[in-house]
Design a binder for this molecule. Structure first.
Ligand code: GLC
Length: 739
């Protein structure tokens, strides 16, 4: 009897073990298990060949998973403003798909100009849904390289000149993207502040400038945004390419910031197997080489982290410790994305995303000047509007390099204005000038025929003629993301507007007093006609809903609330990098001699009056600031201090105001900027309404980076909290002491 029971128990145990055994999923596939356990389990099952295969591209935009273990391939996509159309497996050329026309969102400078973190979240969520729907696992963006010079071709993909503004705006964008189970890949890490000689220039910058200006937005992206991946940049720092740079990728990214995600090389940014192994790179993309020279095929097995790596392991020249580290980072990325069973399904090309883009555009457009309230246009008193300029009709969702898109549609400024004014007002158009009549960008054919045989004089004459007979003239010009005009790979050659636009604008000022100039660009431009033009609007590359957003602001449906994320110098000599003699450098060397004094920090230091200041932007209403007060007169370094100020809408219509907090260290042992942005809040006020804005900061807002201590230090002494409507429009300030 007893024996039977014993046999029964053993049998029962055996069966249950077996069932349990069958049901017990491999740990790496069991998302109830801790991430680290899943990573170690997957790693333990992989061969060296499978591990090496994971560390380099297998096609233009994908890298291998582990087919045998059911770990999917990893698909990346450009770019920060929308999901790039599909390209061929092995080439940049268009794949010719018919289901990949996306919603194009405004350029990131426009998002930065909104100073609205909610817009950054909306942006990330929307573009993340588009990426998710297209089954892309890594979005190659956002870009947060600091705006050092208005000549940098890629400033339009970044968030301006101030590390604090960029840091605050990049975090919600990343959160929004990643809530879709799509990894953000913050780029280009680091010091990629020019396009000239971008693959070869070595950036010389002191530590304090690196930590105070060029790293903060990346640090925020990693530590606050929890970015799951980051892209190394092409340039060099301390003589090593940033895609395999021990200082940036190991000492700072891993050791100081605790990054656990994957480091992805910029396309073609890897040039050395041993450095790629030991200096912190995880995945090599875009190396166009047959292993010996620039080849005609991508020859993925000849990538630096492919066969050459495998051979070095096989010969015992290197171990597999670094390889396992790389694969751990890539598996973590996989568990967040390709193997994340809880990710939503996304959506693509939707009206919801188009309206999100429009809202961001409307919040980012900046009213730079509005003498005599020329704007908004009162359609009841306006019989005819003349729209002049190529940028009123030219598609802008294309061009600019890798961020170029195939948009589902794009409303041009002219179309938007025509649609908005309806039958009550006549809209006439004149080209004014011919800029870039091209019609194909990265293989995306716009279908626009912008060819025009007329001479510049004929175009000018026609523009002047239509301007004469109109109640309003809206000139839409600027740059256009063609070469040298806000484009990857080539910096601008001048601060001036191209295509002789200055002459045309000056002529128009003589003909019509109600002239509005809309500058479509993502870089500062010189405005020699600034005193003669009554109304100036900074319109960015606004994406799919460009024309509707612009028309809404010009006609007053929307009260503009954007403020500049970078300074407009009057002339190039007023720019720090230019004046300090080192924009784009020579002989593959560039030195950031201006140090921390760039943008408004430079203008404050040198008493230079900018054309338009960092943080400047007008409204169709007016605001009045009260006196700022502090809840303490002195603090110790562990304290927080709160500054409070009332803001009233003293105009006739609702409007939003971006209240800015700058901190000034009145006595310091090292040179410090006159003031630095350490807080901002965008508030919406009805006519007559008052709101109380408060900023609570701790000693980190008072600190500078002490390179001797390699730490942030707040020195005791006197400080000032400065409240401004821009970096030069100071409303009120109050002193306080750090004991
Ligand atoms: C480009 C860009 C990078 C882009 C990548 C893939 O050269 O520098 O921003 O994501 O290659 O197109």
């Amino acid at each position: 009897m007893f024996r039977n029971i014993k046999v029964g128990i053993i049998l029962l145990f055996g069966i249950s073990l077996n069932i349990f055994g069958q049901n017990q999923r491999a740990v790496y596939l069991d998302d109830s298990k801790p991430m680290n356990e899943r990573i170690e389990d997957a790693l333990s099952r992989m061969t060296v060949q499978e591990k090496v295969a994971m560390c380099h591209a297998q096609s233009k935009f994908s890298s291998a998973g582990v087919p045998r273990l059911g770990i999917p391939d990893l698909w990346t996509t450009d770019g920060p403003h929308g999901i790039r159309p599909e390209v061929l497996w092995d080439e940049w050329s268009q794949a010719g798909w018919t289901n990949d026309s996306c919603i194009a969102f405004p350029a990131l400078t426009c998002l930065a100009a909104s100073w609205n973190k909610d817009m950054a979240l909306l942006y990330g969520k929307s573009i993340g849904e588009e990426a998710r729907y297209r089954n892309k696992n890594v979005l190659l963006g956002p870009g947060v390289n600091i705006y050092r010079s208005p000549l940098n071709g890629r400033n339009f993909e970044y968030m301006g000149e101030d590390p604090y503004l960029s840091s605050k705006m990049v975090v919600p964008y990343i959160k929004g993207v990643q809530e879709n189970g799509v990894a953000a890949c913050v780029k280009h890490f680091a010091l990629n502040n020019q396009e000239t000689d971008r693959n070869g220039v070595n950036v010389n910058v002191d530590d304090r400038t690196l930590y105070e200006i060029y790293l903060p937005a990346f640090k925020a992206a990693i530590q606050e945004g929890d970015a799951w991946s980051i892209m190394g940049s092409y340039n060099l720092y301390k003589g090593q390419h940033c895609c395999h740079n021990q200082y940036l990728l190991k000492d700072i990214l891993r050791d100081e910031w605790g990054f656990k995600g994957a480091v992805i090389a910029d396309w073609g940014g890897v040039s050395n197997t041993r450095e790629a192994i030991f200096n912190g790179l995880d995945i090599e993309f875009g190396t166009w080489t047959d292993g010996l020279k620039k080849g005609t095929s991508n020859a993925y097995e000849n990538y630096y982290l492919a066969k050459p790596y495998l051979d070095m392991i096989g010969k015992g020249e290197v171990g597999t410790k670094e390889l396992d580290e790389k694969v751990r980072h890539i598996l973590r990325l996989a568990f967040h994305t390709t193997m994340n069973k809880n990710k939503p399904f996304g959506s693509f090309g939707t009206q919801e995303h188009a309206l999100a883009g429009r809202q961001i555009a409307e919040e980012g457009i900046v009213l730079l000047k509005n003498t005599n309230n020329v704007l908004p246009i009162d359609l009841k008193k306006t019989k005819r509007i003349a729209v002049i300029g190529e940028n009123a009709i030219k598609m802008m969702t294309v061009g600019g390099g890798s961020s170029s898109l195939k948009a589902k549609y794009e409303i041009s400024p002219l179309d938007g204005i025509k649609k908005r004014v309806g039958a009550q007002t006549e809209v006439v158009y004149a080209r004014g000038y011919v800029g870039d009549p091209g019609g194909s960008y990265n293989g995306v054919v716009t279908g626009q025929d912008l060819s025009d045989k007329r001479s510049a004089d004929e175009l000018l004459a026609e523009a002047c003629a239509v301007a004469k007979t109109a109640d309003y003239v809206i000139f839409v010009g600027g740059l256009n993301k063609s070469d040298y005009q806000d484009c990857e790979g080539v910096d601008r050659v001048s601060l001036n507007l191209p295509y002789n636009q200055d002459k045309l604008i000056s002529e128009l000022t003589k003909i019509n007093k109600k002239l509005v100039v809309v500058n479509i660009s993502s870089n500062a431009v010189a405005m020699p006609w600034v005193t003669k033009v009554p109304a100036i609007v900074q319109g960015w590359y606004l994406g799919t809903e460009s024309g509707n957003a612009l028309a809404a602001v010009l006609m007053g449906d929307v009260n503009p609330s954007g403020k500049l994320p970078f300074s407009f110098p009057v002339k190039l000599e007023d720019n720090a990098a230019y004046t300090m003699g080192e924009f784009s450098g020579k002989n593959h060397q560039v030195s950031y001699n201006e140090g921390i004094f760039l943008g408004y920090r430079w203008h404050d230091k040198q008493n230079i009056k900018p054309l338009f200041s960092f943080g400047h932007g007008l409204s169709y209403t007016t605001f009045e600031y009260g006196k700022v007060t502090a809840d303490k007169k002195e603090i110790i370094s562990s304290d927080k201090i709160t500054f409070t100020v009332n803001v009233k809408n003293t105009g006739k219509r609702e409007g939003s105001e971006i209240v800015q907090l700058y901190i000034s260290d009145l006595q310091s042992s090292v040179p410090r900027p006159v003031k630095e942005l350490k807080g901002f809040d965008k508030i919406s006020l009805n006519s007559g309404e008052t709101k109380t804005v408060s900023f609570t900061v701790d000693s980190s807002a008072l600190s500078f980076f002490d390179t001797g201590k390699h730490a942030w230090v707040a020195e005791p002494g006197d400080f000032e909290a400065i409240i401004g409507a821009s970096s030069t429009d100071i409303k009120t300030k109050t002193g306080f002491k750090l004991k």
